[in-house]
Design a binder for this molecule. Sequence first.
Ligand SMILES: NC(=O)c1ccc[n+]([C@@H]2O[C@H](COP(=O)([O-])OP(=O)(O)OC[C@H]3O[C@@H](n4cnc5c(N)ncnc54)[C@H](O)[C@@H]3O)[C@@H](O)[C@H]2O)c1
Length: 331
Amino acid sequence: MKALITGACGFVGTNLTLHLLGKGHQVIGADSLSRKGSELNLKSIMSQYPSFEFSAVEIEDLPSLIHRVKPEIVYHFAAQVAVTSSLESPKRDFMINGVGTFDVALAARDVGAPVVYTSTNKVFGDNVNKVPLRELDKRYDFDGALKEKGISEEFPIDAKHHTPYGCSKLVGDIYVREFGGVVNRCSCMYGRHQHGIMDQGWMSYFAINKVLGKPVTIYGDGKQIRDAVHADDVVRLLEMEGKALLSGTPDIKGEVFNVGGGYENTTSLLELCDMWQIKPSFGPWREADQKVFYCNVSKAERVLGWKPERGIRSGLDDLYAWTEKTLTKKE
Ligand SMILES: NC(=O)c1ccc[n+]([C@@H]2O[C@H](COP(=O)([O-])OP(=O)(O)OC[C@H]3O[C@@H](n4cnc5c(N)ncnc54)[C@H](O)[C@@H]3O)[C@@H](O)[C@H]2O)c1
């Protein structure tokens, strides 16, 4: 397989790049290296695969790269990834996630390459906050019909208040499907090669701060819960989707999948702090934060035979161990 991976040195991109190179596939990686930590990920890939074909490019340069390289498949992960930045610079957020993804999807269609895209739970916007909730000691949870089941693909996206990030990712999400690709609406992903910051990748960010002895601030009361899916499970899904798109079996062109760890792999911020013995401080709620999000992943299981296998306990141990090793490594 000849795959072009955008955002190849980001968290998801690095995990997939290493996996596909390890299986002997041809991978062409592209990344602007704008994400802190992406240059470390590039080093890590190059140290294992010195002939890795990599282009340091901005999203605007991706269509010409796709036309030149003519990949069989495009995995599109390059994105403006933080809700906070999208609120500060909505135009740049839209140019990267909306226009940028449209241009990638169009160029991929030109060369006959299907696109696999990572969208987000934020496309469901404020509708999620209209689901009845119950408040427990350390977490919120859905109440009623969605309790312990979570949000499925049929959940309405026509909310007000998606945040600009939710809007721009939804634009990309719709175009990728329109042009015959497949979309994953991802909940919280975590694992090795993740360099979390306060604005994105919170589990990794908590681990980094704990290792470095730095304080952690929680926005809101910390009872927000998310279902977490480990990078190993994500990579397995992405590979399955690539195979399905290239073989036509099962036919997943234009499909959307909700991707997360499901109810059994949920944690609240407070529960994670307890597990890692972090004593957080608290700030005001963030705009359009979802108090509860976990997804129903049964469609991916039904159609592709995929479900998350890595339990949250062992997955978080893996993230913590990788973070500690990376931050304390002597050059
Ligand atoms: N990590 C999560 O929990 C999560 C959840 C939902 C959706 N997603 C989506 O998954 C994808 C991958 O996320 P991630 O966690 O690996 O993020 P990441 O920030 O680690 O990786 C994104 C990569 O894209 C690159 N990039 C950013 N802007 C670019 C630009 N203008 N041109 C070229 N490259 C650019 C960055 O340098 C980075 O290496 C993103 O599309 C994100 O929206 C992630």
